[in-house]
Unconditional design. Sequence first.
Length: 238
Amino acid sequence: MTLLTLSGVHRTHGRGETAVRALRGVDMSVGPGELVAVMGPSGSGKSTLLNIAGGLDMPTSGEVSVDDTPLASLPKRALSRLRRRSIGYVFQNFNLVPSLTAIENVALPLELDGVPVRKARAAAAGSLADVGVGDLAERFPDDMSGGQQQRVAIARAVVGERRLVLADEPTGALDSRTGESVLRLLRARCDSGAGGVLVTHDARHAAWADRVVFLRDGRVVDAAGPLPSVDSLLEGTT
Ligand SMILES: Nc1ncnc2c1ncn2[C@@H]1O[C@H](COP(=O)(O)OP(=O)(O)OP(=O)(O)O)[C@@H](O)[C@H]1O
C-alpha cells in the first residue's frame, strides 16, 4: 500500500504568455513509515507539489492517489472528506484558529467530519498528550510559544485516522532547537506508521528523512537516500 503516489504530474499555473510550468512530470510515492524530504531552489515547485499531494490543487495532467484512491476520480464532497480524514497539514505559521483552545483546534477536523464532540475531544486529548502538550489543552494559541503551537498543529495533523502528513517548512518560524524537536516528532509519527512529506530548505532538516527528492524547474533532478546526519559528518563516520 502507498499513502501517496504522484505519476507524471504536470502543473501549469496561468495561461498563454504568462503561464508558468511549475511541475513537469513528477513521479513520487510515500509509503507507511516513510518520511520524504523535498528540497530545491525557490520557485522549483515544492509548494505546488505539496498542494497537489494534499488535493488542495489539481494537476494539469498526471495522476495523484492518496490511500490508493485517485483524487481525480472523486466528486468534490468525497475529495473534501478524504482530505479531512486522511491528510494532515503542518505549515510554517502554524495556522491554528486563534479563537479556539488547543484541544478545540485539534478536535476541529474530527468534528467537521461528524464525529461526536465528546469522542472528538477524547481523541484530541490523546493526540496532544502524544506530542507532549497534553497540559496545554485549554490554552489559546496566543498564550503559547511558537514551538508549543507547532506541536498542537502536529497533533491536529495526525488526529484520528490521518496517516499522510504534509509539512511545508514547519520549522521556519522556530529557533533551531525547537525546530529540531518538531522534526523529531514528525519522525516519530512516521516511525509509528504515518507517511510524511517535508518541504525544507535546510539539509540538516532533510537528514531526518528516509529519502530526499530534489526539484529543479519543476522536475525531480535527483532522488537520494537519507542525507548523512550532521553528527556523522562531523565524526567522519559516513
Ligand atoms: N498560483 C500561482 N499562479 C501563478 N504562478 C504560480 C502560482 N503558484 C506558484 N506559481 C509559480 O510556480 C513556480 C513554482 O512555485 P512554488 O511556490 O511551487 O515553488 P517553491 O519551490 O515552493 O518556492 P519557494 O521555495 O520560494 O516557496 C514559481 O515560478 C511560482 O512563481
